[in-house]
Design a protein around this ligand. Structure first.
Ligand code: NAD
Ligand code: UDP
Length: 343
């Protein structure tokens, strides 16, 4: 029997990115403790891992203390889609800030290495393009996105202060827009929205004129970058950008998805949400240098895999829908409707 197995805690482990991370860690031989309060995560994301004796799941909210013994912590718990993080902004801030304090306190007590899933949102609506890690950002601290952006910024501060003050070994990644299988169909993010709308032949909802840009990274590439960052020497803390520099406008993304799905959907323009960043593209020079990492999956290939994931979900829904009921909107089950968001 080996006692040298790495015991790894993943907070937010039943979410989109967390479930892929748990899967990879198990494949790499780790013992994995998945902690989640199921706010946006789903049991079905981790169902296929439950039979693995090295996998354990705990329902827990990271704004509360957690007492466990592990070697490494990946702190991913936090709603990530604007619709979800704006539904209960106070809870979003608590998750980022109290959650970071609790996880850092845990790391300090048990001398674990800890990873923080930070975000390109720390750059806000950027005045520097592409964004390098040295850019301090342009964030509206009062707007509807602030609960997420400022929460993640404060969490970064806490990580660096726990490192300076208490020698906690930290790794901070700034993750850019990520997509792939197991995105929540109802979370309102652009890739999942557009794919589902296209598969239903529903209107594709473009917010604003669609000229705003994003750089979309496929989830497998992100996980590889996260693992490589965690494996760096203790002297390398980050922050490091993890994203795919391929930049597209929202309108180009819509047209690509319509073409790839052979959809009859038409574009439908809606108001642009407040503080929606106009452009976003990672400079990944640092990740290339320090992690020897570069994304491998291009947008078309990643979208193909994501469309393949959503196709049976949309087909199953269509099969159970009464013929006369019309096409339900993707947002029907959202806790908050996009039109209720602060535009
Ligand atoms: P997600 O919403 O699918 O996953 C977040 C998980 O955290 C969910 O399982 C949710 O139930 C859980 N959670 C939320 N609050 C919690 C709490 N208080 N206690 C315990 N669990 C809680 O989102 P995701 O896309 O998988 O994002 C994971 C992490 O990566 C987040 O921290 C997010 O900010 C960061 N990130 C994601 C992206 C992206 O494009 N997906 C980009 C930048 C950063
Ligand atoms: N967006 C859109 N239609 C949608 C959902 C999103 O045009 O149905 C836009 C949104 O306004 C933003 C971009 O797509 O400009 C990315 O939105 P997402 O919520 O995926 O991520 P974020 O804004 O956090 O980058």
């Amino acid at each position: 029997m080996s006692f040298s197995r790495v015991r790894t805690l993943v907070t937010g482990g039943s979410g989109f990115i967390g479930s892929h991370l748990c899967e990879r860690l198990l494949a790499n031989g780790h013992e994995v403790l998945c902690v989640d309060n199921y706010y946006t995560g789903r049991r079905q994301n981790i169902e296929h891992l439950l039979a693995n004796p090295r996998f354990e799941v705990m329902r827990h909210d990271i704004t509360m203390n957690l007492y466990v013994e592990v070697d490494e912590i990946y702190n991913l718990a936090c709603p990530a889609s604007p619709v979800h993080y704006q539904f209960d902004p106070v809870q979003t801030l608590k998750t980022s800030v109290h959650g970071a304090i609790n996880m850092l306190g845990l790391a300090k007590r048990i001398k674990a290495k800890i990873f923080q899933a930070s975000t390109s949102e720390v750059y806000g609506d950027p005045h520097v393009h592409p964004q390098t890690e040295s850019y301090w950002g342009h964030v509206n601290p009062l707007g509807p996105r602030a609960c997420y952006d400022e929460g993640k910024r404060a969490a970064e501060t806490l990580f660096f202060d726990y490192h300076r003050q208490h020698d906690v070994r930290i790794k901070v990644a700034r993750i850019f827009n990520t997509y792939g299988p197991r995105m929540h169909p109802d979370d309102g993010r652009v890739v999942s929205n557009f794919i589902i709308q296209a598969l239903r032949d529903d209107p594709i909802t473009i917010y604003g004129n669609g000229e705003q840009t994003r750089s979309f990274g496929y989830v497998d590439d992100l996980i590889e970058g996260m693992l490589r960052l965690m494996a760096t020497d203790d002297g390398f803390l980050g922050p490091v950008n993890l994203g795919n520099p391929g930049e597209v406008s929202v309108r180009e993304l819509a047209e690509l998805i319509i073409a790839m799905t052979g959809s009859r959907s038409k574009l439908a323009f809606r108001p642009l949400p407040a503080d929606d960043p106009k452009q976003r593209q990672p400079d990944i020079t640092l990740a290339k240098q320090k992690l020897s990492w570069t994304p491998r999956v291009d947008l078309r290939e990643g979208l193909e895999r994501t469309i393949d994931y959503f196709r049976p979900i949309v087909a199953a829904e269509a099969a159970t829908r009464p013929a006369h009921s019309g096409s339900p909107k993707i947002t029907d089950r959202l806790p908050i409707q996009p039109e209720e968001m602060a535009f």
